[in-house]
Ligand binder design. Sequence first.
Ligand SMILES: C[S@@+](CC[C@H](N)C(=O)[O-])C[C@H]1O[C@@H](n2cnc3c(N)ncnc32)[C@H](O)[C@@H]1O
Length: 204
Amino acid sequence: MTDKLQGTKGHPFLAMLMDYVMRPMERLRKKVVLQASGVVLEVGVGTGLNLPEYKDIEALYGVEPDPYMLRRAQKRAEGVSFPVELHKTGGEMMPFEDEFFDTVVVTWVLCSIPEPQQALAEIYRVLRPGGRLLYVEHTHSHFPFASRIQNLFNPVWRRMAGGCNINRDSVSMIQEAGFSDVQTQPSGRESWTLFPMYRGMAIK
Ligand SMILES: C[S@@+](CC[C@H](N)C(=O)[O-])C[C@H]1O[C@@H](n2cnc3c(N)ncnc32)[C@H](O)[C@@H]1O
């Protein structure tokens, strides 16, 4: 396993910033996370902001390559009522058996994963048949002007935002990852933003 897949060095400031910046997403988080059931895997747990939102799940497994994000997530895990097991690794190569999970959750993560298609193949592998991938992601704009600005701005943004790509077409990647059914819906008005968001579900 390469170092890139096992983990990043991370930075305490980035973890603190991410914790702060991602908090206002609570409304959208709830819509996605509340649908999770059974044994759940979260890929790219970050600072663990989703953890308090899970209700009535059997257990939560999480992967996160950044040690500073993981530390914050571990603290949040202490306050929940279900078993939590967190691993310091990326989504591209995960230490879980085939078809182990009922639900996989990704929230604003595919934009940051160095090899997103590989991570989606791993997600597919570890989901049981009929299991669901629940997601909310920002994606490439369908509007030519916004799309051009995303492409121009992305190299700077990626450096500022811990590897996040604003011009990645994450939703199409989910649609091309081999799931039997993919549902998606916009969250907000795409024409006005450089961060068009979509949420939905893909069924294996
Ligand atoms: C924008 S943050 C979102 C965090 C969290 N999911 C949330 O909703 O607050 C993106 C996360 O993806 C993580 N990430 C980066 N590379 C990754 C990889 N290869 N596999 C899994 N997660 C990764 C980052 O460390 C970061 O925690």
